[in-house]
Design a protein around this ligand. Structure first.
Ligand SMILES: Cc1cc2nc3c(=O)[nH]c(=O)nc-3n(C[C@H](O)[C@H](O)[C@H](O)COP(=O)(O)O)c2cc1C
Length: 201
């Protein structure tokens, strides 16, 4: 066998690996697997906010990325009493019920148009509110990049986003970020700038 032929199998293996690597990059990423936010028409900012803090953060993300805002609105709105946590209020009960899936009013138009989805929520008892579970179970997210963000009084993001991964088969999740209840536009801008360098796989 010619000497150069001996390397043929190795070259073939390398080619197959390279193809697999680039195929795995998925939508919303460039060829190096970095997050691609250049096409704002592909960016959706979906959020739930009971008292306006996460909504403000979502608005700053929309300003920074040019993406489209979508508010996850509960079919039955949360009253002030529903949100008095540690009183066995509605929100407390939902968070401790594994089967709770509060219904959502309306739906996202053309979710298939979006490759990158920022997903925002307030921390409720160290978790994402159960309406976020309803949202994720309502659509297919395969091939999409999901970037969680949350606001809270003091808790970190903890496992609130990791707990959601199992609901979105085939999606690429970034680590995400927690912001304080009164987060600033600058804090969001800094985060978005850093995100562009974050790999998604
Ligand atoms: C039911 C409930 C549970 C909460 N649990 C936590 C918590 O575990 N840790 C925390 O830091 N803040 C907690 N908070 C405070 C919210 O995370 C915080 O006020 C958040 O910014 C509210 O966002 P929103 O205005 O978008 O609803 C809780 C609030 C509610 C209503």
């Amino acid at each position: 066998m010619k000497k150069s032929m001996k390397f043929l199998p190795c070259i073939l293996v390398l080619l197959v690996c390279a193809c697999g690597f680039f195929a795995a990059c998925g939508k919303g990423n460039d060829d190096e697997g970095k997050l691609d936010l250049t096409d704002s028409s592909k960016v959706l900012i979906a959020y739930f906010s009971a008292t306006g803090n996460t909504e403000k953060a979502a608005g700053y993300i929309a300003e920074a990325t040019g993406g489209t805002l979508y508010e996850i609105v509960p079919e039955v709105p949360y009253t002030e009493d529903d949100l008095k946590y540690y009183t066995d209020c509605r929100a407390d009960r939902e968070q401790s019920d594994p089967d709770a899936r509060p219904a959502i009013q309306g739906s996202v138009e053309n979710l298939s148009d979006y490759d990158v989805i920022f997903l925002g929520y307030p921390i409720w008892h160290s978790k994402a509110p159960k309406i976020i579970y309803t949202f994720l179970e309502s659509y297919g997210f395969s091939g999409k990049t999901i970037i969680p963000f949350c606001t809270s009084a003091s808790s970190g993001m903890g496992n609130s986003a990791n707990d959601l991964h199992g609901l979105t088969s085939g999606a690429n999740w970034l680590a995400g970020e927690r912001f304080s209840s009164d987060c600033t536009q600058n804090a969001i801008r800094d985060w978005i700038d850093r995100l562009e360098y974050e790999k998604t796989f």
